[in-house]
Design a binder for this molecule. Structure first.
Ligand code: GLN
Ligand code: ZN
Length: 775
């Protein structure tokens, strides 16, 4: 039984679209508002204009406007925060920002996202296996849920007034609670999912209101159903699906419901969803696979096959995609439609906006707008038959074969090197010997102090880089400016008394792009921005071909920096897994093969650094955890290739060369074994906020090598006091043998200002001296 008005789901649709704007218009508007340079109304006007332009563009590209093919999926900051705002579920510390209905205005919404004074913002964490970060809802037994904001309804109505029937998109109730964390005072046995009935009741009100406004379909995103990394056990999660969708499908006169499951395979959750009364299910057929058996209940539903990759930028082989869709026909679903695997907000807008990109490379790419066109084409193919899209099929397969055979994609000399690798290439000597020879060479005090690599990127540095980019500075002038900056950074570190120095990374625009620009097989974009969180965007590089290193990259900088000091200077590189994670990576071969190519290129660099006299080399892998597959059964294979590529990069050095790595987080639960597997001599991790908690686990594992738990939370402008750091270090020496411990901040300092960094480092040094005196 269904209460929904029966309206067909459009033949082709996308799950979402970039929301920051082709020229990052929303970013600029928000940042001006936060800086007090503009009003909320001005931001609203920019946002409304962006939404309108998005609708126009999507319609131009062929999505229908009379049936809800165009998603209404805008967000000022984050779609999970938006759900919190709709539900009025704001932590008590921000209750004063809510109006009498529980709603937030733009300033209040921004404050919940960004914090104020001692009121910490909502915690931010990675969204599934992407580089997007969402704001974690804080839910307790006391949280009041009420229909606090009708923004989704207003945005739907705005589009309708413009003549476009959109499909409002909300985070689904199950995923919302599955991603939430319990409020601090909540009892131990409380889980946010306990509040499902209350949350579903508000969603029911929203659906009714949307229907009232004229919405025929809504999309509820439930990616929690494709992941094993959710804290709620699967059984509980499935029970929640049954309960939530029972409530929602029972709403009288509601819109039809599409449940979307991006980022992976629904697995056992598919039959659970199919047994509910929702009208449609969108499955990810890029990361996930097509069901191979009949699924009871599916025969009455519309199935949206997400065959166009929303998470990567390669043009699709349309013929192959059509074949995948045709294979689904045996399922006997009530209707088969075409979609994207995920929202398109993980990819840039338009390849046409990249005049400097090589034309051949460009012909292999599909950014958001090209993907919309692919969906439209496939929808036509599915309804009208292959003949109707004959030309597009040909063009797509031409692009695919051009990519297969183009120079640079497969380079024999690179292939021969990876094929010839033996086990030796992945293994260093035993730890005890390394430990002894490194100690003899480096002669460091107990609790050696260091930093993670970058120093503040000052406006002067940015200006010089921009001027160099525009040709206003010669290479020589630019190099002189960077050298002057390195000199300043080295002097500062000497003054403060750090034991192991860094050059500060002023010459790097970004820790991945910098290497992409200096390695073969990569391209970089001009306008390829994607949202990372809030107003922050990154511009991932494109790894399109076989990777190698044409010439040394960092060696001259490291040598220069080392020439300025007697102390050891750390060489500083980004690791292979992180380079892959933060780029758009070729999808025509296993990631492990690509990772080994990058690993070998870095190995060349590391060996050259060693030959140039650099005794300590840090290879950052902050993204090691990010790429961890969502399904537990895939973890082992991932950890194997990722760890191997790091080992391949680092295992070519002598015993007395010390390899460091840095990971930006401290939740090691699922990857403790991998950290051991990296076999780095020293690993620095984030630990200040969690108060060194992780060290207990590390000790329990019997981890033998060096650990640098962060003692300074660099994500906050706060300067930690000397006594605070002393306390953290006292904890650390209680938890682990002193000869394993290093002292460092949580992460790089590039986003901080010198006014914060200098006193913080001074306090760290003073605290270290105090603790050393007690040893
Ligand atoms: N070496 C880098 C830096 O200090 C590491 C950054 C990171 O871990 N994200 O900036
Ligand atoms: Zn970090």
């Amino acid at each position: 039984m269904t209460h929904a008005r029966l309206v067909e789901f459009p033949a082709g649709s996308v799950l979402g679209y970039p929301r920051i704007g082709p020229r990052r218009e929303l970013k600029k508007a928000l940042e001006a508002f936060w800086a007090g340079r503009s009003t909320a109304d001005e931001v609203e006007a920019v946002a409304a204009d962006l939404r309108r332009r998005t609708r126009t563009r999507l319609a131009e590209l062929g999505l229908r406007t009379d049936v809800p093919a165009i998603p209404s999926a805008f967000s000022f900051y984050d779609h999970v925060l938006d759900a919190s705002a709709v539900l009025g579920a704001v932590p008590a510390r921000f209750a004063d920002l809510q109006d009498e209905r529980g709603g937030l205005d733009l300033a209040g919404y921004s404050t919940v996202a960004r914090g104020r004074g001692d009121d910490l913002p909502l915690e931010m964490t990675k969204w599934f296996d992407t580089n997007y970060h969402y704001l974690v809802p804080e839910i307790g037994p006391e949280t009041t849920f009420r229909y606090a904001s009708d923004r989704p309804v207003r945005e739907f109505a705005e589009a309708l007034a413009d003549g476009v029937l959109t499909r409002p998109v909300l985070v689904g109730p199950v995923t919302f609670l599955a991603l939430a964390k319990a409020t601090e005072g909540a009892p131990d046995d409380f889980s946010p999912i306990d509040r499902l009935a209350d949350v579903a009741a508000v969603y029911a009100e929203v659906l009714a209101d949307l229907a009232e406004a004229g919405a025929t379909w809504v999309q509820l995103d439930e990616p929690a159903l494709v992941s094993d990394s959710i804290e709620v056990p699967a059984e509980r999660l499935y029970a929640a699906v049954v309960e939530a969708y029972k409530t929602l499908t029972a709403v009288p006169n509601r819109p039809a419901i599409l449940v979307a499951a991006p980022y992976g395979d629904l697995g056992a959750a598919l039959p659970v969803l199919a047994a509910t009364d929702v009208e449609a299910i969108a499955i990810d057929l890029v990361k996930g696979s097509a069901p191979t058996e009949l699924v009871p209940g599916l025969e009455t539903k519309t199935l949206v096959g997400g065959v166009i990759d929303g998470h990567n930028i390669w043009r699709a082989d349309l013929d192959a995609k059509l074949a995948i869709l045709e294979q689904l026909e045996f399922l006997g679903a009530g209707g088969l439609r075409v979609g994207t695997s995920t929202s398109l907000f993980h990819v840039p807008h338009d390849t046409a906006d990249e005049p400097q990109l090589d034309e051949t490379l460009k012909s292999w790419l599909a950014f958001a707008d090209q993907k919309v066109a692919e969906v439209v084409t496939l929808a036509e193919g599915l309804t009208e038959g292959r003949e109707a899209i004959h030309e597009q099929l040909l063009a797509a397969s031409d692009a695919v074969s051009s990519r297969r055979t183009a120079p640079g994609v497969v380079r024999p000399e690179v292939r021969e090197r990876t094929a010839a690798l033996t086990a030796d290439a992945f293994n260093r000597g035993d730890w005890d010997t390394r430990k002894e020879s490194q100690a003899a060479r480096l002669d460091l005090p107990p609790l050696p102090t260091t930093t993670i690599g970058s120093f503040p990127q000052t406006p002067e540095i940015r200006k010089a880089r921009a001027a160099f980019g525009k040709g206003e500075l010669t290479a020589e002038q630019y190099e002189d400016e960077m050298k002057a900056e390195i000199r300043r950074v080295v002097e500062l570190q000497e003054q403060i008394g750090l034991d192991v120095l860094v050059h500060g990374e002023p010459e790097r625009n970004d820790m991945v792009q910098y290497f992409a620009e200096n390695l073969d097989g990569f391209a970089v974009t001009q306008n390829g921005w994607v949202q990372s969180y809030g107003s922050r965007c990154t511009r991932p590089s494109i790894l399109w071909g076989d990777v190698s290193r044409p010439a040394p990259i960092t060696v001259a900088w490291a040598q220069y920096a080392q020439s300025l000091t007697e102390k050891p200077m750390k060489g500083m590189l980004t690791g292979p897994v992180t380079i892959l994670a933060w780029s758009f990576v070729r999808d025509d071969q296993p990631l492990g093969e690509t990772a080994n190519q990058v690993g070998l290129a870095l190995r060349d660099e590391i060996n050259d650094l060693e030959a140039a006299g650099i005794a300590i080399i840090q290879v950052d892998e902050p993204a090691l955890r990010e790429l961890l597959p969502l399904r537990a059964e895939d973890h082992e294979a991932y950890l194997q290739w990722s760890v191997n590529s790091f080992r391949l990069a680092t295992a070519g050095v002598r015993d007395d060369t010390q390899i460091h790595t840095h990971l930006c987080y401290s939740e090691f639960g699922q990857i403790m074994g991998a950290i051991d597997g990296l076999d780095a001599d020293v690993t620095s991790i984030e630990a200040a906020r969690s108060k060194m908690e992780i060290l207990g686990d590390i000790a329990a594992e019997g981890y033998p090598r060096g650990i640098g738990p962060g003692v300074y939370d660099i994500h906050s402008p706060r300067v930690p006091s000397e006594s605070e750091v002393t306390e953290l270090l006292t904890e650390a020496v209680k938890a682990l043998p002193v000869d394993q411990l290093w002292v460092n901040p949580d992460c790089g300092l590039k986003t901080r200002r010198y006014e914060e960094v200098s006193p913080s480092l001074e306090h760290i040094l003073a605290a270290t001296r105090t603790v050393r005196a007690t040893l």
